[in-house]
Design a protein around this ligand. Structure first.
Ligand SMILES: [Zn+2]
Length: 70
């Protein structure tokens, strides 16, 4: 069932809210950076930290797909 491609990047990341600690597995867009993320725990809208391109780079355990490919 599972088909692996050579250049496949990790598309799922666990994002953790810095405000309340709520963590959720999210699927990252494969060819874009997500700049805003609304926490389901506290409804805070997260934005990337200075120097990061997206919320996944700042708050998740994965680098975003564009950075993984780079
Ligand atoms: Zn939160």
């Amino acid at each position: 069932m599972e088909h692996r491609e050579a250049e496949r990047v990790l598309a799922e990341a666990t994002i953790t809210c810095p405000e309340c600690g709520f963590a959720k597995v999210e699927t990252m867009p494969s060819d874009a950076c997500q700049y805003f993320y609304r926490c389901e725990g506290c409804s805070e809208t997260l934005k990337p930290l200075p120097g990061d391109c997206c919320v996944f780079c700042s708050y998740s355990d994965q680098a975003c797909p564009p950075k993984q490919k780079a």
